[in-house]
Design a protein around this ligand. Sequence first.
Ligand SMILES: Cc1ncc(COP(=O)(O)O)c(C=O)c1O
Length: 403
Amino acid sequence: MANHNQGGAADAPRPLSEATALIRGGLNRTAFDETAEAIFMTSGYVYASAADAEAAFAGETDRFIYSRYGNPTVAMFEERLRLIEGAESCKATASGMAAVFASLASFLSAGDRVVASQALFGSCSVILTEILPRLGIETVLVDGCKLDEWEAALSVQTNAVFLESPSNPGLQIVDLAAVSEIAHSAGAIVIVDNVFATPVLQKPMDHGADVVVYSATKHIDGQGRALGGAVLSSTQFRDDHLMPFLRHTGPSLSPFNAWTLLKGMETLRLRVDASCETAAMLAEQLQGHDKLTSALYPGHRAHPQYELAMAQMEKGGTVLAITIDGDKADTFTFLDSLRLFDISNNLGDSKSLATHPATTTHRRLGPEGRAKVGIGESMVRLSIGLEDGNELLADVMAALDHI
Ligand SMILES: Cc1ncc(COP(=O)(O)O)c(C=O)c1O
């Protein structure tokens, strides 16, 4: 395969700007000189000789061996995201949850200890509070907004810290720099699930994080088409932990999905900026609405951690968390009255989506678990897409009127 990396810009001495890297980062054209990235739907590769196969398996040659370990289309996606994140390495996975699990299970052993923020996506909570403990790994949960809780939990030797910021769905902000510093003095590797912030709005590694994970299913695809995930880290973490784990457990990304995600990356900045603008407008318009007790948005001054959010994130993101002044029935009336927003458990889509976390994404936590992270029966998560902002606002207002 001809190596026309970055569409002929490979010789450029300067690093690519974000705008260019989103379009051309990782581009590796074949001898056919195609414009769009090629989809290599192949599970395996062939060798010119038995000796070549032996050399490949001995690690003496750098080449694709089997698509469970690596694939040219997947490698293009990994390189594009790596450039945007500014990380040494990126490994793609079949889903966001595969990325979360690999980031932890690739290096933790029985007897190890993890400290995590308790405000997490439901499946991340299940990994931390059910799956890891079953493997003999202790997990301690803290209120991620309280540095004294992090300090107390990290006063003993710890192997990993795991957190989301902003959190799903309560939009809590964790002080990435402060927590990373405390975690490092306890010997822990800091893993940040950066899904809500997106790769373009927040760079956790600039604030001290060691590993960043994504559900690429969300904003990176951003059009509701493909599942995918990624783990970004140092090359040492990749080589010592991640690669052996991924290679032998096999949560590999399909080449077709990698291609879809490459196309998603091309418009990521444009889509995220447009959704942020509408989300900020909705947040402003919904403040003080008499059918709501709150309208939380990290980019709005009414958010209790607005200053911290804006110090870490370029913009407030694409998600709002609103709380209906009423009970579950009122909240369902609101959801069922929406005409443009779809009811869905997904987020980060070009279509605006409304979620009732208590009965869907965070159902498994149970009432007590949800109460600890502020997910009540009247909370609705609004993922803002790319429709006309005024029509979205009118939809929310009309649905609130139905209560
Ligand atoms: C914060 C966060 N992390 C991880 C995931 C899991 O991603 P996936 O559905 O791609 O496995 C999600 C999905 O909603 C999420 O919101």
